[in-house]
Design a protein around this ligand. Structure first.
Ligand code: FEO
Length: 393
């Protein structure tokens, strides 16, 4: 990668992992970057490390700018190993550096790496004088882990936001305006849905904390640096944080012998007849992370499974357990499916939907496979659900 300068004395020194396709269960068809930034002021400061296999690459990038031994501070905004597992390698090259982090961060680094570095624990309002700039620390607990924080470089007005505002996308260009912005925004939404959605209620507070600051760039720990579309991504975060969504419906289902599929397609027709955009995903073929991206901005979710062994198909279980953890806000859902004798899938799906915070409407079930009359009932079920979306705020 060619050298990338964000501002006077501020450089990108991170790593681009073009070939990673799975980030703890979240599909990353465009790869992942682990962003680190080097500030060369009167003091030298590294913001975050990278994932361990890329430690040599990070150190080599730093060495092209300044001898790594000259690093005075390593700010660890977040201890998750994608940002900290190269820290031991960095510290071996910069043994005099202080490691700046939150109290939770310190505990985590000691536990992960068994090292007692020269730690400096920071809290809200603390700042580090680098010379021309001061670096201000803003703990953002649970965005993404309890240790997480952001750092703000006041002279150059750069917010190093760590996981917040990230996207999993590799390109040869490091700024938003040098890339296809629709692809960047799609990946930012997918990232939010799959990583940050459980922490919705914290997003507004975090944005309030940073909104009073003049910000020329937001430099996250994944993906591109925001400099031309800051207002757009901040307003998207406000929208997602509130759980505000659109009048659209996601229909996610799986099928054994086609009966539940037949229901799903007819239900989809009903939703569409109400004038509501809808998308259909068969979970044995669909990418769960993409379905969750679609659910992020959808008011309505319909899930379908036939009954297998008194429960739902494992593909639907995987989606619903994942959604239960992500806890999407302000969404209406219902379950449908075919059964042979006792049933069970519908109740299991409804239980998981409720546990995930969905408001659950009455669903629809069909014995063996839907006849013409039952298919009409499926259509009417979809139509009523679609009309309900029209009535939602
Ligand atoms: Fe990119 Fe929570 O680590």
């Amino acid at each position: 990668m060619n050298q990338v300068k964000l501002a006077e004395g501020v450089y990108y020194v991170g790593a681009v992992d073009w070939n990673l396709r799975d980030f703890h269960g979240y599909t990353t068809p465009r790869g992942v970057t682990y962003n680190s930034y080097l500030i060369v002021d009167e003091k030298v400061c590294l913001i975050d490390a990278v994932k361990a296999p890329f430690a040599d690459e990070l150190i080599e990038r730093i060495a092209r700018i300044i001898a790594p031994a000259r690093i005075d501070y390593v700010v660890t905004n977040h201890i998750e190993p994608d940002h900290s597992s190269a820290l031991p390698a960095v510290m071996a090259k910069a043994p005099n550096a202080k490691v700046i982090l939150t109290g939770q961060g310190k505990d985590g680094i000691i536990k992960y790496y068994g090292k007692q570095y020269d730690f400096q624990v920071v809290k809200e309002g603390d700042a580090l004088d680098l010379g021309r700039n001061k670096l201000h620390f803003m703990p953002l607990p649970m965005l993404h882990w309890p240790d997480s924080m952001a750092s703000y470089l006041d002279g150059e007005q750069i917010l190093f936001s760590n996981d917040a505002f990230g996207q999993h996308i590799c390109t040869t260009h490091r700024f938003d305006d040098e890339n296809d912005i629709s692809a960047i925004l799609y990946e930012a939404a997918k990232y939010y849905a799959n990583i940050l959605m459980p922490f919705n209620r914290l997003i507004g507070k975090a944005l309030d904390k940073t909104s009073s600051l003049p910000v020329k760039m937001i430099a996250p720990s994944h993906g591109v640096v925001w400099r031309s579309h800051i207002d757009k991504i901040v307003s998207k975060y406000r929208q997602w944080g509130k759980g505000a969504s659109e009048r659209k419906v996601v229909v996610a289902y799986d099928s054994m012998w086609g009966a539940t599929e037949k229901m799903a397609r007819r239900i989809l027709d009903g939703v569409a007849a109400a004038g509501i955009p809808a998308r259909l995903y068969r979970m044995s073929a669909a990418d769960r992370s993409e379905v969750v991206w679609d659910i992020l901005e959808a008011k309505g979710v319909l899930v379908g499974s036939p009954t297998l062994n008194n429960g739902m198909l494992p593909t639907m279980g995987a989606l619903l357990v994942y959604l239960k953890g992500l806890r999407p806000a302000n969404k209406v859902a219902a379950a449908f499916g075919a059964y042979g004798w006792g049933g069970g899938a519908q109740k299991d799906m409804e239980d998981l939907l409720r546990a995930g915070g969905f408001s659950v409407d009455e669903g629809i079930a069909v014995k063996w496979t839907a006849n013409a009359e039952e298919l009409e009932q499926c259509f009417q079920f979809g139509l009523a659900f679609g009309k309900k979306m029209l009535a939602q705020e």
